[in-house]
Design a protein around this ligand. Structure first.
Ligand code: IFM
Length: 459
């Protein structure tokens, strides 16, 4: 008999996915192109030339996927809405067929006794908006609020939990500085402007959600637990820059209504002038939230490092003198991410210490692992490493609750194997295997384990 960690009554257990990673049907029912269509169809950018054109074909197979969720016993399902299905050109005409798809999905979930949790932006920006500057320009934030209002008007009565943005760090910095996510830019100020406009878009979207009367509005951040490679002053200073880059750039405006006081030492010249900021933005961004979503996978060990680019004019916003160091002595997942469950506890406790009463209740909106799954002939996968990962992280999460952090829910990433962005379909995070030739779904051992954990809470 397995000993499962026990969570308080009412704690939400869920599973999460995102539109471009699972839906497919890229050209159906009036969906417009997104930056990920453009990126994935550009030769050489995504492993194996993979695209989201078909993905898991969830767009057609959603009843089967909802049946898997019902059988799993989750309270809630977190999915994202594809902006280019709703407003194909990014602004202007609304596509009723796009709205219909999500209304059908929501109804199917409710009929299965599962609460929908909607993410409004999980990275699939309409290409038409990128052509006008993307997140570098404030107009995109305004269009995001309009799209949010349209979706909320249709679904607010049936969807209790709303997430404005998923991991804006990835949108701003992987997208506009590192260039490993769409739109693939490598910029300095452009990326910082993108970060700011994502926050402005969040603030405007919260206003739209409030106007529609939604029950809970929040945002999801991928916060990092940054650890110094050594005790040297230089490595500790590198941690401050990494914290600013990954965490404080979001948490300070969102939770404290101010910009980080470490931004100059992190971005130097790039942040000076800040002409993309307007009076009133901190209050807009820092509106009260009903919850904070946190996606957690691993800690990061950082060391001081020289600038990658000697020429200041060529520096990007992520070229700020620190390097990631491999953590030895722990297991690494198929993503080469170190497995350190305790750092989830530490991250949450540190957040509570820093923000105190200003920290809203937390939902872990993603946690999971990509593993080297070996399916047997019938498609079953005995994914012991993933089971251990989930068990140990849920145990670490329970420790955070015991330490007084107000955590209300946990969503496993992911329900299905799916399109892992620039890494294509080679990295599998699902608790359900997807055979990409037949699109057949087969629950893995981790699915059965999670189902048993959820059932044990109710006994
Ligand atoms: O697949 C992604 C997801 O889209 C966002 N959070 C991290 C996951 C794993 O890399």
């Amino acid at each position: 008999m397995t000993d499962f960690p026990r969570f308080p009554p009412g704690f939400v257990f869920g599973a999460a996915t995102a539109s471009y990673q699972i839906e497919g049907a890229a050209h159906e029912d009036g969906r417009g192109p997104s930056i990920w269509d453009t990126y994935s169809h550009t030769p050489g950018l995504v492993a194996n030339g993979d695209t989201g054109d078909i993905a898991c074909d969830h767009y057609h197979r959603y009843p089967e996927d909802v049946a898997l969720l019902r059988e799993l016993g989750v309270d809630s399902y977190r999915f994202s809405i594809a902006w280019p299905r709703i407003v194909p050109a990014g602004s202007g005409a609304v596509n009723p067929k796009g709205l219909d798809f999500y209304a059908r999905l929501v109804d199917e979930l409710l009929a299965a006794g599962i609460e929908p949790a909607v993410t409004l932006y999980h990275w699939d920006l309409p290409q038409a908006l990128e052509d006008r500057g993307g997140w570098r320009v404030r107009e995109t934030a305004e269009r995001f609020a309009e799209y949010t209002a349209v979706v909320a008007e249709h679904l607010a009565d049936r969807v209790p939990r709303w997430i404005t943005l998923n991991e804006p760090w990835c949108s701003a910095f992987l997208g506009y500085s590192v260039g490993r996510h769409a739109p693939g830019a490598r910029e300095g100020r452009g990326a910082l402007a993108a970060a700011h406009h994502l926050l402005v878009g969040h603030g405007l979207a919260v206003q739209a959600l409030r106007a529609a009367g939604v029950r809970e509005a929040g945002i999801t951040l991928n916060l990092d637990r940054n650890l110094p490679a050594t005790g040297s002053a230089a490595d500790r200073a590198a941690v401050v820059r990494a914290d600013t880059q990954h965490n404080l750039v979001w948490t300070e405006p969102l939770l404290a209504g101010r910009y980080p006081d470490t931004e100059e030492e992190t971005w130097g010249e790039l942040i000076s002038g800040q002409d993309f900021r307007r009076d009133g933005d901190p209050a807009l961004i820092g509106q009260p939230l009903d919850f904070l979503g946190i996606n957690y996978y691993r800690p990061t060990v950082v060391a001081d490092a020289p600038y990658r680019e000697a020429d200041p004019a060529r520096r990007t916003a992520t070229d700020n003198r620190y390097a990631e160091v491999r953590l030895e002595g722990v297991r690494h997942t198929a993503m080469e991410w170190p497995v350190v469950p305790d750092s989830l506890t530490d991250l949450l406790v540190a957040l509570k210490e820093r923000y105190g009463e200003a920290l809203p209740p937390i939902h872990i909106t993603e946690n999971g692992s990509a593993e080297h799954d070996e399916p047997s002939a019938d498609g079953t996968v005995h994914d012991r490493d993933r089971v251990a990962y989930l068990r140990d992280h849920l145990t670490a999460l329970k420790s955070a609750l015991d330490a007084g952090v107000d955590v209300r829910g946990y969503y496993v990433w992911s329900l299905l194997d799916n399109f892992e962005w620039a890494l294509g379909y080679g990295k599998r995070f699902g608790i359900v295997r997807v055979d990409y030739d037949t699109l057949r779904r087969t629950p893995k051992d981790s699915y059965h384990w999670y189902r048993a954990l959820i059932a044990a809470q109710r006994r």
